[in-house]
Design a protein around this ligand. Structure first.
Ligand code: PEP
Ligand code: MN
Length: 350
């Protein structure tokens, strides 16, 4: 083989390498375009896609070599250099804007900052009416309230169940508010999905993958709370579980994690807010009530959360916290809620 022939082959090889890099970028562009349209490109880690490509491999590349390339292609979508981020559905496509989530009569995120307020637990029609009327007066669009209360002690109030969901639904309709409520059992999900605008998954259930799958299939917006012992990776995997079931509208909620500190019920992880927003385009809400466990910290924690980039705040409010059936040291009374909204949101939208 003459030197000339060697040079020709080398040049062809170099051109082929350039072509591979060009195709890699074209592929990334196509995947980003699909995501921008709200359609998720299937990851090559999916068994069917992988098997088909391996069957079509004419050789002499080994199956292992082809698999290594497919793994690298999946990793090429990662938002950060050198680190493969395994969140193909919820990971932020580099440069993509924040995603807003339509929640009942309003939107959370995508530039809009919202307050979700209401009692810890649904207790009665009169209680919900009093809270809802005040929320409307304050311009708040989303009311929370638990019909299922996953309490630490089995001897405390466990919630009104389906009756509570009916009460929430009626109050939401009567006052024009969107309803956010927690589900704890996959069997109750369809009933709740018909009555609530946003389904909440609580801190204790973030790891309940069967519940995540069920809720992920409802098509409803979902507010996913961070497990109180969960790392951010685990939290994002839980969101990914929802997304793999078809959930497109996911709101992440930081609600404090367990640390050695006892002065607050949990420790609000402020750095989670910008980190979650860097990793995903999803809205991030901060629950200041469960984070602190004390009403006197609600305003400063909410201000800190918004300063760190949160897309909204959750706070508990009750007509008479002293008589509340759960979380009475952290719920605001309705006048305190007025003060809270003024101090945190001023004259702006909420
Ligand atoms: C709640 O929001 O009602 C609740 C129980 O919160 P968490 O799951 O964060 O404790
Ligand atoms: Mn509570």
């Amino acid at each position: 083989m003459g030197q000339e022939e060697v040079d020709v082959l080398r040049r062809r090889l170099a051109a082929l390498d350039q072509e591979v890099v060009r195709q890699l970028n074209e592929r990334l562009g196509l995947r980003a375009a699909l995501r921008a349209l709200g359609a998720d490109p299937p990851p090559l880690s999916r068994a069917e896609a992988r098997q088909a490509l391996l069957r079509e491999n004419p050789g002499p590349a080994s199956a292992a070599a082809v698999e290594a390339v497919l793994d690298a292609l999946d990793g090429a979508d990662a938002p950060r250099e050198g680190v493969s981020r395994p969140w193909p559905h919820i990971g932020r496509v580099p440069g993509a804007p924040d995603r807003g989530v339509v929640a009942g009569p309003t939107r959370i995120g995508g530039g809009e900052v919202r307050l979700v307020a209401g009692p810890c637990a649904v207790e009665s029609e009169a209680q919900l009416d009093a809270v809802a009327a005040r929320l409307v007066r304050l311009g708040v669009r989303l009311m929370r309230g638990g019909a299922y209360k996953p309490r630490t002690s089995p001897y405390t109030f466990q919630g009104l169940g389906r009756e509570g969901l009916d009460l929430l639904h009626a109050a939401g309709r009567a006052h024009g508010l969107g309803i956010v409520t927690e589900v704890v059992d996959p069997r109750d999900v369809p009933y709740a999905a018909e009555r609530a605008d946003v389904l909440q998954i609580g801190t204790r259930n973030m790891y309940n993958y069967e519940l995540l799958k069920e809720v992920g299939q409802t098509g409803r917006p979902i507010l996913l709370k961070r497990g109180f012992m969960a790392t951010l990776d685990e939290f994002l995997y839980a969101a990914e579980y929802l997304a793999t079931q078809g959930a497109a509208d996911i709101v992440l909620c930081e609600r404090g994690i367990r640390t050695f500190e006892k002065a607050t019920r949990n420790t609000l992880d402020i750095s989670a807010i910008p980190l979650l927003k860097l990793e995903t385009g999803l809205p991030v809400l901060v629950d200041v009530s469960h984070a602190a466990g004390r009403r006197d910290l609600a305003v400063p924690l909410a201000r800190a959360a918004l300063a760190a980039g949160a897309d909204g705040i959750m706070v508990e409010a009750h007509p008479c916290p002293a008589r509340a059936l759960s979380d009475n040291s952290q719920q605001l009374d309705l006048d305190e809620l007025d003060g809270f909204v003024g101090a945190v949101f001023g004259a702006g939208p909420r």
